[in-house]
Design a protein around this ligand. Structure first.
Ligand code: TYD
Length: 223
């Protein structure tokens, strides 16, 4: 039986990395085989691309057209090397950001034609699309405040995306909401402005439903 593919999305500081970890632990506790992936990265090729995109490895300006294709290239690699083989082997895959981040950040955020970005994503991932995408929603100012305090705590500077102004981040927030309305069967919007345990409980309830659907599918029960 094919594994389930779950992605986490959201603005800076929305808590998706914490939630992805909590979900993986819980699925493993249920005896499921789970693998995780992060975007960009997750393969050696992807990690090099990540350093170019986030840590100025090439020491030159990355033009927006190159940026969108680098994200897509990293994703095309991890899909074929890691994600699709895992799903086929019955492993669950939990991804911290996936194709919707490119639509949100490069499409809505940078102002590229959103439909074009969606086409590029489709070329990169083929049929390997998440079964469920959790959008951890947070208002723009809470998101930016969390990002600043996280950077202070870790004594780290801002990356290329974090350095963008409030307008950029506001467009990303609006973009995510638009995507959730456009693909309601795949997206689950979860209020991220609550304690981590409350957010995790909502996510687990949704995953339990998805899991029962999987069992029903495999047993040939009518939907
Ligand atoms: P990451 O280290 O994953 O931080 P976080 O997800 O906690 O914010 O950083 C990924 C950064 O890259 C983040 O600012 C979003 C951006 N990004 C894009 O612009 N496009 C993409 O397709 C992806 C996957 C990420």
């Amino acid at each position: 039986m094919r594994g389930r593919f779950i992605s986490f999305e959201g603005p800076e500081g929305c808590g998706k990395s914490t939630q992805a970890k909590l979900l993986i632990a819980r699925l493993q506790a249920e005896g499921l085989t789970v693998t995780s992936a992060r975007e960009p990265g997750g393969t050696r090729t992807g990690e090099i691309i990540r350093d170019i995109l986030q840590h100025d490895l090439s020491k030159e300006t990355i033009f927006p057209e190159a940026e969108v294709l680098l994200f897509a290239a990293s994703r095309a690699q991890i899909v074929r090397q890691h994600i699709e083989p895992a799903l086929q082997a019955g492993t669950w895959v939990v991804c911290d950001r996936f194709m919707d981040s490119t639509t949100a950040y490069q499409g809505y955020g940078r102002g590229f034609d959103v439909e074009r970005v969606i086409d590029i994503n489709a070329f990169a991932v083929g049929h390997t699309v998440p079964d469920v995408t959790f959008l951890l929603a947070l208002d723009v100012d809470t998101s930016l405040a969390r990002m600043e305090s996280r950077n202070r705590e870790r004594r780290q500077g801002q990356d290329r995306f974090e350095r963008e102004g409030r307008d950029f981040h506001a467009r990303i927030h609006a973009g995510y909401q638009a995507m959730a309305r456009r693909w309601p069967a795949r997206f689950r919007v979860i209020d991220g402005d609550r304690p981590a345990e409350a957010v995790a409980a909502d996510i687990w309830a949704e995953v339990t439903l998805a899991r029962h659907r999987t069992l029903a599918d495999s047993e040939g029960t009518p939907q």
